[in-house]
Design a protein. Structure first.
Length: 332
């Protein structure tokens, strides 16, 4: 009996280690003190009436310059009333805390811009911050929390999309999504988590071209992620593409054709952004037109403002919705 207890205790200890410790294959997803990194986290949820709520987050962290820096950018868009909320929180003080092992966390205590945090466990990701804009108009700051629960990941399945900048993406997860802002909603959806290191490469490209990251959940069940550039004349270069079939099998794809449908779209924000694209994958059933669900979803951050928000894709012939997701457009 004593031996059984010892074996059970050892088994429990090993299981706890596998849950709490990071594995080498997961390192690209995690924060490290010796590198600067971005995380792109987004999903589409629904409110109690079945209307879509898109949630986007861009988290930026750097410990490498001798000073701590963290940036947190949130946005939500509601189909029910076409309202876009956003929040920007920059932290450059000693109150930025980092935990590199599971549960992974970045926590910023800031009396000026407000506290924010990201926590990632084996079975849930939580984002907390402040929303202070509504359709680009300032509003009293309100707290925001998104809890995205999923089946325990041991390990997270990552795919290497690109080497320069170094871009990785996790297999999209079926998540139970709880949103808490003005009201509370609980639903299910696909959770996308991606990371980019080597931000200087991204910034250099964004000085010349528009750099776009796009995550889409297609109605047949496929998931599509794209990283591409658009020049001032509307020519597009696809840097990386990932496609997951409805069974969750993934493949890096080549031959995806992306074209701008309108070259310059002037929103009420600070910059014009190309926001309308056609996307075709020869030899498959993917032939779609992408469009924003609201045109002005700019995140206002002085010269570093960018577009981050809700999009949908439709059949180019019938206009019937074929999927929805979130898009990020950067231009320096």
């Amino acid at each position: 009996m004593k031996n059984c207890l010892i074996i059970f205790s050892l088994f429990a200890f090993l299981c706890s280690c596998s849950v709490s410790h990071t594995l080498p294959a997961e390192n690209p997803l995690l924060p490290h003190r010796d590198e600067a990194k971005w995380w792109i986290i987004n999903t589409v949820s629904k409110d109690k009436n079945g209307k879509d709520i898109h949630v986007c987050a861009l988290l930026s962290m750097e410990f490498t310059s001798g000073e701590k820096y963290g940036g947190c950018f949130f946005s939500t868009w509601s189909e029910a009333d076409s309202v876009f909320y956003s929040g920007v929180q920059n932290t450059g003080n000693p109150d930025l805390q980092l935990k590199e092992q599971f549960p992974v966390s970045i926590t910023a205590k800031d009396s000026v811009s407000g506290d924010w945090s990201w926590t990632m466990k084996r079975n849930i990701t939580t984002l907390e911050g402040i929303l202070n804009k509504r359709n680009s108009l300032s509003i009293p700051p309100s707290s925001f929390k998104a809890s995205l629960g999923y089946e325990t990941q041991k390990p997270f399945v990552l795919s290497h999309m690109l080497s320069s900048p170094d871009a990785w993406i996790a297999k999209p997860l079926n998540a139970k999504i709880t949103l808490e802002a003005d009201s509370k909603s609980i639903s299910t959806g696909k959770l996308f988590i991606s990371t980019i290191t080597g931000r200087t490469v991204l910034f250099e490209r964004a000085r010349k071209d528009f750099v776009t990251w796009l995550d889409i959940s297609l109605n047949p069940g496929e998931q599509l992620s794209l990283l591409f550039r658009t020049d001032n004349k509307g020519a597009v270069k696809v840097d990386a593409a990932m496609l997951w079939d409805k069974n969750g099998n993934s493949m890096l794809k080549s031959g995806i054709e992306v074209q701008t449908k309108r070259v310059q779209i002037k929103t009420s924000g600070s910059k014009p952004y190309p926001l309308y694209y056609s996307i075709t994958l020869p030899g498959s059933n993917i032939n779609i037109s992408e469009r924003p669900r609201m045109q002005n979803q700019e995140i206002e951050n002085n010269k570093s403002s960018f577009w981050m928000g809700a999009v949908e894709v439709v059949d180019p012939n019938t206009g019937v919705q074929q999927g929805k997701g979130n898009m990020y457009v950067f231009k320096q």
